[in-house]
Write a protein that binds this ligand. Structure first.
Ligand SMILES: Nc1ncnc2c1ncn2[C@@H]1O[C@H](COP(=O)(O)OP(=O)(O)OP(=O)(O)O)[C@@H](O)[C@H]1O
Length: 276
């Protein structure tokens, strides 16, 4: 039995139903508009990749989806609930249905892999130690880290750290997982392993996964649907096939670029410099 099942009754959302709904979202930092007119629906059971170059607004969108930032316009609904209207307790209950693996979401360096993964269970549930241990080990197996539970983070490779962080993000059996730049800093082989793992989470654990990335290859490999974000606006949301085949010139321009070029758009960069 999972932590979710133990923490009370909750309806599991049916495949294909909207899990994340964004309508007319706008975001600003000071005078700078960072997101504008964002409409987006993410459905249960899909791997949805939000793709865009550096500064396109990916991280800001993610922060809004998690309710960490207040929008200047529009709304975000998670599991059908408008997150701006939720009280603290309701928001906490909602957050338990969500796993997050952030780029900078480092492991606690003084804790073993096992204690790191067990941390959310110790913080948010009253499960006994034996159950916590079993659930933690199960998740370590899912991410292929069985046998490494007693190591400290600095004894792990970059790919292993990512997998341990992923185990921690799924230890509460989330229905929705946000994964920020899974392949950042990883070599291609390790990055491909992580892609496989994300696909496995969808197929075996039936988790809806939202991946934010600027890695084109990885995006096309794992996504059911892709949202292309550019300068704070959504250029398109569609299946990988449709995105690849689109006649949209700006999308094609972004796709033709080498990943490194996509990270730093010179024109954008200069605009940003002169704006501030
Ligand atoms: N806390 C902040 N305060 C002010 N401006 C910010 C802040 N965070 C981001 N920005 C600006 O908002 C814009 C979008 O940034 P954001 O981090 O959302 O983009 P991104 O697509 O995630 O980029 P990257 O891939 O480089 O992380 C950029 O112009 C950035 O400089």
């Amino acid at each position: 039995m999972g932590a979710a099942a133990m923490s009370g009754t909750r309806e599991r959302i049916e495949p294909g139903q909207p899990v994340v709904e964004v309508e007319g979202l706008g975001a600003r930092y000071g005078e700078q508009t960072v997101l504008e007119d964002i409409d987006l629906t993410i459905r249960a059971g899909e791997i949805h990749v939000i793709m865009g170059g550096s500064g396109s607004g990916k991280s800001t969108l993610l922060r809004h989806l998690l309710g960490l930032n207040q929008p200047v316009a529009g709304q975000v609904r998670l599991f059908g609930q408008d997150i701006a209207r939720l009280g603290e307790r309701e928001m906490l209950a909602l957050r338990r249905r969500i796993g997050v693996s952030f780029q900078g979401g480092a492991l606690f360096s003084s804790m073993t892999v096992e204690d790191n993964v067990a941390f959310p269970l110790r913080e948010h549930t009253r499960l006994d130690e034996n159950t916590i241990r079993i659930m933690t080990r199960m998740k370590l197996e899912v991410v292929n880290l069985a046998g490494f539970e007693d190591l400290l983070p600095n004894q792990l490779s970059g790919g292993m750290v990512k997998r341990a962080a992923l185990a921690r993000a799924i230890v509460m059996d989330p229905e929705l997982l946000f994964f920020d730049e899974p392949s950042a800093g990883l070599d291609p082989v390790v990055s491909a392993e992580l892609d496989e793992l994300i696909i496995r989470l969808r197929d075996i654990m039936k988790i809806t996964v939202v991946v934010v990335t600027h890695e084109l290859e990885s995006a096309f490999k794992i996504a059911d649907r892709i949202t292309v974000l550019d300068r704070g606006r959504i250029l398109m949301t569609d299946t990988t096939g449709a995105v690849r085949a689109t006649a949209h010139t700006r999308v094609q321009a972004l796709l033709q670029r080498r990943p490194e070029a996509l990270q730093l758009d010179a024109e954008d960069y200069l605009q940003r410099l002169t704006r501030s």
